[in-house]
Ligand binder design. Structure first.
Ligand SMILES: [Zn+2]
Length: 332
């Protein structure tokens, strides 16, 4: 799998593959019948009526030529998956039909749909499969302004880290940026030591800042009529959950969602971190629906490189994650 890297000034930015891109070829067995091309529709009708449907391998093509010859007479047609019935039962189904004397064999087919073109090229040699390139797998390209914005945010993270380190705290810093305006909207260092609160990781502090900023902005906009949480809930040293605004809340508050009001706290925002976020912070980033995460140092217990939490199918939000390597002067 070719890795995607782009240089952004002092940093080499590399997209972290999603789980599907790392998937190796896995196969399962199917029964096939050897038939002439003219019999295809008949045997498919027979299979549809009397045999179990194909389940979970809809990406697999039902029919293939027996040989590579373009005008070969013989085809192999998938009858059903071997896990659905044993061979004796299949023979019993075929007995007395026009397919009784067909040559039945067991063939392997790819268990999963290919996600990348490389997987497609490799897996289709086992058995023909359909391929739909995922929309989000578009080529990694940053324009000049975006490169400058990414570099500026990463430099800010490094600078914050440096300042924090000199005060004796752990050297972790996070900046949240808006990719549209290219401004930073929150910044924080790790505050666990100075507050004695083990949850005050830099990313959590930044999300809290975005939450507070949103509350203040909406309160100003509604001229104080907006029902917000108690001020004590918003004290900087209290962890508070992102204020998810549902459509019902919009309705009850008579606030019309507009282009500048996100439905989730950090929807579409970029998070820049000196260290790969831990599992807790990564989950908070998923819940607040960030658009992209850029981190510099990998972590042994990180939510991305070890748990791929940015692309877990069961979660209702996914984001793109990038690992950023500082380039030395010689590497630039
Ligand atoms: Zn954390």
């Amino acid at each position: 799998m070719a890795s995607e890297q782009v240089e952004c000034g002092d940093y080499l930015v590399e997209r972290i593959p999603v789980v599907e891109e790392k998937q190796q070829l896995v196969t399962e067995d199917v029964y096939t019948a050897r038939i002439e091309a003219t019999q295809t529709s008949q045997i498919l009708r027979f299979a549809a009526k009397t045999l179990p449907n194909l389940n979970g391998i809809e990406h697999v093509k039902r029919v293939r030529r027996e040989s590579a010859e373009p005008n070969g007479k013989w085809l192999l047609v998938i009858l059903c998956q071997c896990k659905m019935m044993d061979r004796d039962k299949l023979d019993a189904h075929l007995k007395g039909t026009e397919w009784e004397d067909s040559q039945i064999s067991v063939n392997k087919v790819p268990s999963y749909p290919p996600y990348t073109r490389d997987q497609f090229e490799q897996w289709k040699t086992i058995w023909p499969v359909a391929y739909r390139p995922p929309v989000k797998l578009k080529k990694l390209i940053f324009n000049q302004e975006e490169e400058a914005y990414i570099q500026a945010c990463l430099l800010e993270v490094d600078e914050l880290c440096h300042q924090n380190y000199s005060t004796g705290s752990r050297s972790v810093a996070v900046v949240i940026g808006n990719p549209v305006t290219r401004n930073t909207v929150a910044r924080s260092t790790d505050r666990t030591r100075e507050t004695g609160n083990p949850l005050r990781h830099a990313a959590m502090c930044c999300i809290a800042q975005v939450a507070q900023g949103e509350v203040e902005r909406l309160a100003t906009r509604e001229k104080g009529t907006l029902q917000t949480r108690n001020k004590s809930d918003l004290d900087d040293d209290n962890i508070h959950l992102p204020l998810k605004r549902t459509h019902e809340e919009y309705d009850s508050e008579k606030i019309e969602p507009s282009e500048d009001v996100a439905n989730y706290l950090c929807e579409g925002l970029d998070v820049f971190s000196s260290k790969e976020p831990c599992v807790m912070c990564t989950m908070a980033l998923v819940h607040s629906r960030i658009g992209r995460l850029f981190f510099i140092d990998e972590s042994e217990s990180g939510g991305i490189s070890h748990y791929s939490m940015h692309c877990i199918k069961a979660l209702n939000h996914h984001f793109t994650a990038f690992k950023c390597v500082r380039l030395t002067n010689a590497e630039k």
